[in-house]
Design a protein around this ligand. Structure first.
Ligand code: XMP
Length: 511
């Protein structure tokens, strides 16, 4: 039911994921594939969207898709680069723009009685981001809309269900962008709006049953949203044949291992808690380099997980909570790998010797969809609303070497901060929050005594995906109260600072 609805061919635009998000918001299933690696069954999709691109259709770096199976045979919507491509290589002309065409523009002309622009009026704001412009429409091109600066802002090809727009309907600032997508997908391409969390659960459970059958599946639970939702889905599909392992790496939040384990058991999951804190601490002894820490934690996790998985007889599948952005970020139009800023430890997968087949029930959905799916299966909203927490845990929030005492200090500080946010109704206004333990001591005075103790930094950010972030302007009264509590209650800390750096240039975690 949800398969093969809409295919988005990606030409490397920074907005391609947004197109997919908007389409999904219309309850329509869609998939992103690179323009040069379209799926084999592309002819089965009901509609195709061509994305924008940082490249130009003029010059040397033209990206040429093979449209022979879809052009004129399927409804096609070409956005920005896509629109220019269709124009330039089908008898039209694209040239550099005379005026800058970035940001806000308004539609100044819309062709009468055009389904593509139904419910959209002249004056509607659209968002432009291009340096080339379509000077002449392609063969059989018919003008559908203009803006003050852009004559050929939208056109269609007569005799085909091919539509092209210079503006970006997917961005928030194109006020009627979603309506444009709906007009194209629902009214023109006749795609059904059947993609809902419930339909996703139903079809995913059926697919899991079909692929996994009576086999045993092992899954590592982290306490986070993705692995939890994946586990509940698998549990619905195969019940006791799902073996969950929840590892305490000793770097979780205060009391988290016990409370989350109890919560998992309450959800009816077949889960085993493994306390490997000592093993992780040992592996981290004397390690100060952030990347080495990540590797040490990652390796220790693999060892513990592997040991545990081997205790389950005849297990043949490994389930992972991979989500769609993890999958599509790894595809680059230009082929080259993007620079590694930090080696997120859970992306590397498990060693070959485990020889397990992989099942990833969430690999086609976005984070907010994971939450909606979780909610539709009755998972506790508090669990679904949890801030992201890194796999290496407090290990990358303790700068310098890690000891049991430092972990204890940071757990106390973090708990005061996070509980305070919850008590004051601020937790849900923040995307992610946590505390860092700095590798310096500072002088203080407590009573009549001189102290020489640790400094902690609090960090709270707003973000949508962790790629960019800004610090949150928490109320001074809250910061004051929290700082007092930390210094009074956590032995070993005499100074609290608040991190006011955005990402970029600072990352969210300090290591
Ligand atoms: P940065 O620090 O790169 O963090 O701005 C962006 C987001 O990623 C999380 N993060 C990690 N998550 N393993 C993870 O699972 C890691 O090694 C890791 N490093 C950073 C971070 O908490 C934030 O949400």
């Amino acid at each position: 039911m949800q398969q093969n609805n809409v295919l988005i061919l990606d030409f490397g635009s920074q907005y391609t994921q947004l197109i997919a998000r908007r389409v999904r918001e219309l309850n329509i299933y869609c998939e992103i594939h690179p323009y040069n690696h379209p799926p084999k069954n592309q002819a089965e999709f009901k509609a195709i969207i061509l994305s924008g691109s940082p490249n130009s259709v003029r010059g040397e770096n033209v990206l040429h898709p093979d449209l022979s199976e879809i052009r004129g045979k399927k409804p096609v919507l070409a956005v920005c680069y896509g629109a220019q491509y269709l124009a330039h290589f089908s008898g039209g002309q694209v040239a550099p723009s005379n005026t800058r065409e970035y940001g806000r523009a308004n539609l100044s002309y819309i062709k009468n009685d055009e389904v593509f622009f139904e419910n959209i009026s002249v004056g509607s704001q659209v968002w432009m981001s291009h340096s080339d412009t379509i000077k002449e429409l392609p063969e059989n091109g018919e003008l559908l809309a203009s803006t003050t600066d852009v004559q050929n802002a939208a056109y269609k090809i007569k005799g085909e269900e091919t539509y092209a727009i210079q503006f970006h309907p997917e961005v928030y600032h194109s006020t009627d962008g979603k309506q444009v997508l709906e007009n194209f997908l629902v009214k023109i391409a006749k795609v059904e709006q059947t993609w809902t969390p419930d339909s996703f659960v139903e079809s995913t459970v059926a697919t899991i049953r079909e692929t996994v059958g009576k086999d045993k599946v092992v899954l590592g639970l982290s306490g986070g949203v993705d692995s939890t939702v994946a586990a509940v889905l698998l549990n619905k599909a195969i019940g006791e044949n799902l073996y969950c392992i929840f590892v305490n790496n000793g770097l979780l939040r205060k009391d988290e291992f016990k409370s989350v384990l109890t919560q998992y058991e309450g959800m009816g999951l077949n889960v085993k808690g493994v306390d490997a804190s000592a093993r992780f601490l040992k592996a981290l002894e004397g390690v100060t380099d952030p990347e080495k820490k990540r590797k040490a934690i990652g390796n220790a996790f693999i060892e513990v997980f592997d040991d545990e998985a081997h205790k389950i007889t005849d297990v043949t599948w490994l389930a992972q909570g991979t989500i769609y952005p993890d999958v599509i970020e790894s595809v680059s139009v230009n082929g080259g790998p993007s620079a590694t800023i930090k080696s997120h430890h859970n992306v590397g997968g498990l060693p070959d010797f485990m020889k397990l087949k992989i099942v990833e029930p969430l690999k086609m959905i976005f984070k907010d969809e994971v939450r909606r799916v979780g909610a539709s299966m009755g998972i506790d909203p508090e669990l679904l609303g949890r801030h992201p927490f890194p796999g290496p845990g407090l290990g990358i929030r303790i700068l310098g070497d890690i000891t049991a005492e430092k972990v204890r200090i940071l757990q106390e500080v973090d708990a005061i901060f996070i509980n305070g946010l919850k008590e004051d109704g601020l937790y849900d206004k923040v995307w992610q929050a946590g505390a860092m333990l700095l590798p310096v001591n500072s002088v203080g005075v407590m009573g009549d005594e001189r102290t020489y103790e640790k400094v902690v930094a609090l960090r709270a950010v707003e973000s949508t995906d962790g790629m960019t972030a800004d610090w949150v302007n928490l109320p001074y009264e809250f910061l004051q109260k929290t700082s007092n509590k930390i210094i009074n209650q956590v032995k070993g800390v005499n100074r609290v600072v608040y991190d006011i750096s955005s990402k970029p240039p600072a990352t969210i975690e300090w290591e």
